[in-house]
Design a protein around this ligand. Structure first.
Ligand SMILES: Nc1ncnc2c1ncn2[C@@H]1O[C@H](COP(=O)(O)OP(=O)(O)OP(=O)(O)O)[C@@H](O)[C@H]1O
Length: 431
């Protein structure tokens, strides 16, 4: 049975709503009509045809106006498509409101929107219909996340294409840099909307976990490379396999291998340095060091399990209590811990220590529990599950930065030649 249209609803459906959705195009036509009228007054019919054509050509030829016109047209089209898909998905409220786009941004994989749901609706309603909206929009996926601060606001990703498809390793933006500062955000990866993601190291500790060959060392090497290019940064390393950090040796301040006594002694030295910095702060009546006031110390551990779950349980316990102390007090003393582990179980990374790591990158894991050990309990059930990452896609993981929600990312990649070249530049900066 078809609902009968009243005059008012027909007016709304066939005139008011389409006019509103096409208002920019109608306004542009109105301007052209005015130009045509002016041309007609001056030159008759010839002017009426030529004047608007001249305006259209000028807008199309001048890069600034062409870009603005194209962006306005694209934005208007996106809003029309969104309007249609929300209505088809049944997201209209009884007073004819739909979730409205407040902001939109074009990103390599599609569009990122900030949407406000109308009174009487919830972000959950929109999330529940995301599949239907995606089908009407004819896109790969529509993802909806609720804003942390404001209940009626949703962050919507319209995924039109896979930004990593067919792409080889992603080139690190700082690969050719002569010098950088680790106080600046370090480019680490590209998210699944194709947007670059950078991490801020001072005041943060970073845990990277995942099964063998998932890409942990590759991600770690980006942090090391940033520190190498900063002559003011110190790199203290713990490398149970010795070879993983071997290439970085020329730019490292300290390096411990697979001897537990040496590893523990180096942690103790780090704590001494940390205490010394706190004494300086106390004497100055300050609470924390700012970047540039002292060298940032990057305490990097490749294969944390060897130390934290060592067969010598007494030594492992000592190592863990020192490591946790550095994590707990290092922030204000400009010490950033970055640790990678193959087996991210609770027995390997004590949760009290893990909880002090504000940045976590879960690369492919064998189980949901392993993924939750890195990202935090309940993350896998909320959809952030590193055990579901395709085994063939190296360097992909969930990046969780405290205060936000995990983002699926692919890290940049440095091959051995890139690393050698960066290390040579870093060593020259330190000479
Ligand atoms: N971001 C990336 N882009 C492209 N390829 C990558 C990326 N990360 C890792 N790989 C590929 O995966 C391989 C394994 O990476 P990596 O050595 O970093 O893994 P891992 O997790 O540290 O392994 P293990 O635990 O055995 O040391 C690399 O040799 C490289 O070929």
């Amino acid at each position: 049975m078809r609902a009968r249209l009243t005059f008012g609803s027909a007016l709304l459906l066939w005139v008011v709503r389409p006019s509103w959705l096409w208002r920019r195009e109608l306004a542009a036509l109105g301007v052209l009509a005015l130009v045509a009228a002016a041309g007609w007054q001056g030159r008759g019919w010839v002017g009426a045809v030529v004047a608007p054509a001249e305006v259209a050509v000028i807008v199309g030829v001048v890069p600034w106006s062409r870009r603005r016109a194209a962006a306005a047209w694209r934005r208007a089209r996106l809003r029309r498509q969104w309007d249609r898909s929300c209505r088809f998905a049944g997201l209209t409220t009884p007073n004819d409101r739909i979730p409205r786009i407040r902001r939109d941004r074009r990103v390599p994989a599609g569009d990122r929107l900030v949407v406000r749901v109308p009174r009487g609706a919830t972000v959950d309603d929109l999330a529940g219909e995301a599949e239907r909206v995606a089908a009407v929009l004819r896109v790969r996926e529509v993802r909806v996340g609720r804003d942390v601060e404001c209940a009626p606001v949703a962050h919507v990703d319209i995924v039109r294409r896979d930004p990593w498809a067919g792409a080889g390793p992603l080139r690190w933006p700082w690969v050719e840099a002569a010098r950088r500062s680790v106080a600046d955000p370090v480019p680490l990866c590209v998210d699944d909307m194709g947007e670059p993601v950078a991490v801020r190291l001072p005041g943060k500790h970073f845990l990277i976990g995942g099964e063998p060959e998932s890409g942990k060392s590759a991600a770690l090497s980006l942090i090391l490379a940033a520190a190498a290019l900063d002559p003011f940064a110190q790199i203290w390393g713990w490398d149970a396999k010795i070879v993983e950090l071997g290439l970085w040796r020329p730019v490292m301040t300290r390096l411990a291998g697979n001897d537990m006594d040496v590893a523990i002694a180096q942690q103790e030295d780090l704590i001494q340095e940390m205490d010394r910095r706190y004494e300086v702060l106390e004497a100055a009546g300050r609470r924390e060091l700012r970047p540039g006031e002292a060298p940032l110390i990057l305490a990097v551990t490749d294969e944390l399990r060897f130390y934290s779950a060592n067969s010598d349980s007494k030594a492992a316990k000592r190592y863990n209590s020192l490591g946790e102390d550095v994590a707990a007090r290092g922030r204000a003393a400009l010490i950033a811990q970055v640790s990678a582990t193959q087996k991210p179980a609770g027995t390997v990374v004590p949760t009290t220590w893990r909880d002090l790591m504000a940045l976590r990158l879960a690369m492919r894991c064998t189980t949901r529990d392993a993924s939750d050990t890195i990202l935090g309990a309940g993350m896998a059930s909320a959809g952030y599950d590193a055990s579901e990452i395709d085994i063939a896609t190296r360097g992909v993981g969930w990046l969780y930065a405290e205060g936000g929600f995990p983002r699926r990312v692919r890290s940049y990649y440095l091959d051995d030649n890139d690393i050698r070249s960066i290390v040579a530049r870093g060593a020259a900066l330190r000479a």
